[in-house]
Design a protein around this ligand. Structure first.
Ligand code: ATP
Ligand code: MG
Length: 389
């Protein structure tokens, strides 16, 4: 009796005419996630089935699939022919461990008959199977309201499937179904979460990081590479652009008003990120900002930052509290790396009294004190690209 992974889609069913496109993309993402295992991925009537996974690889594959956007949930299922005797035997096997170990082992049968040629109706399947299970395990009882074990049978065109667990997937839409955007990634807690959230909506992401040797260390840079890798476990391949920012940063400190250095730095980061984004096919920028979290994230500061670019800036964490962001970071597995103590270029030379209500006109003036264009070009020319997957 083979164990098959039965996969339910997330929002794809909403997509009308585009549905085949979304489904193909999802299958493609699933295949990539399972590449190390030799498995057959097949699509059938609103489900994807993964066949041929060795039993000892089921848990590992399920874990990988939980990082594929577009999956609503996964059930490891016993796959048998559409034959009543086989279905019964599968249900009895599937229920055995529960019947033998649970304190008050209650269950309820569910059936979905997609293949209407199957001789028993859904209702009959549930009733018959209920009897069989009670007979096989006299300590079981039926609880129709709060069963501890739901026993589900799905009769599909290809086969019948029997399962008792449903593991929640990551939800969202398959990466690649909604364009491409450029994440500004720092070594902090927020930006990796922001990247995750946009990728979850089906957006392919690249990332750009600004570093300031020797004021920021090599280890700080390695940490960002590691964070981008962690995000790529969900988002798929990420091109990470590492931009040397020291000259620009030093020039800002030398030539511009000290209260405005942070906001000016943010503007220049955005400008460079936008250029790289345009050159590499991204349609929007992503940051990890949330309103009021720090001086450079007041509404006024965000307006001044936005003013530096024409591309839309996505800030998926805009309304999140720090605590909520931390919770998410823990859940997706980036938190532990984010809190490693290495410095970020934004945290070196922080002005003592940063402006909290910068004005766009004033900031444009301060920026015009220096001809940044050659510095921007030099930084882009010296940018290093890494491919992470
Ligand atoms: P994070 O936790 O993501 O570092 P933060 O709360 O520390 O965010 P800031 O340091 O003000 O906030 O940065 C705001 C946003 O600017 C970050 O979320 C990130 O998108 C971007 N950013 C900051 N520093 C860098 C950097 N060195 N390289 C690329 N992007 C950066
Ligand atoms: Mg930061």
């Amino acid at each position: 009796m083979e164990t098959v992974l039965l996969i339910r889609y997330a929002e794809i069913h909403l997509k009308g005419l585009n549905r085949p496109f979304f489904e193909r993309l999802l299958v493609d993402r699933i295949k990539r996630a399972l590449e190390p295992v030799k498995a057959d991925v097949e699509r059938e009537q609103g489900r994807v089935f993964v066949y041929g996974v060795p039993n000892d690889a089921i848990d590992g594959c399920t874990e990988r699939l939980c990082r594929v956007f577009g999956i609503h949930s996964i059930s490891p299922a016993r796959c048998v022919e559409k034959d009543w005797e086989q279905i019964k035997a599968a249900a009895i096997e599937e229920t055995r461990a529960f019947a033998e170990t649970a304190d008050t082992p209650t269950f309820k049968c569910f059936a979905r008959r997609a293949d209407k040629r199957f001789p028993l109706t859904s209702e009959q399947i549930c009733r018959e199977l209920g009897h069989e299970l009670l007979e096989a395990y006299p300590n079981l009882s039926v609880d129709v309201h709060h069963p501890k074990l739901p026993v589900t049978v799905e009769i599909r065109q290809s086969n019948a499937f029997v399962y008792t667990t449903e593991i929640m997937g990551a939800g969202g839409m398959p990466v690649g179904s909604n364009g491409k955007a450029m994440l500004l990634i720092s070594g902090g807690i927020d930006s990796p979460v922001a990247g995750y959230m946009i990728a979850k909506r089906g957006v392919q992401i690249d990332a750009v990081h600004f570093y300031s040797y020797p004021y920021t260390s090599e280890r700080a840079r390695d940490k960002v590479v590691e964070l981008a890798k962690l995000v790529s476990r969900y988002a798929g391949t990420i091109h990470l652009y590492l931009v040397p920012f020291t000259d620009i940063q030093m020039t800002i400190y030398d030539k511009c008003p000290s209260t405005e250095t942070t906001v000016l730095m943010r503007r220049l980061m955005m400008k460079i990120a936008e250029r790289i984004a345009k050159e590499t096919g991204s349609q929007a920028l992503i940051t990890g900002e949330s309103i009021g979290q720090v001086a450079s994230q007041t509404i006024e500061s965000l307006c001044v930052t936005d003013d530096a670019v024409t591309m839309p800036v996505f800030r998926p964490l805009i309304g999140f509290d720090k605590e909520e962001i931390i919770e998410k970071a823990q859940k997706i597995g980036t938190f532990e790396t984010s809190i490693l103590p290495y410095e970020d270029c934004c945290t070196v030379f922080v002005p003592k009294h940063p402006v909290t209500k910068p004005k766009v006109d004033k900031l444009r003036e301060s920026e015009a004190l220096v001809d940044f264009e050659p510095l921007i070009e030099a930084a882009i020319a010296a940018t290093e690209r890494m491919v992470l997957s």
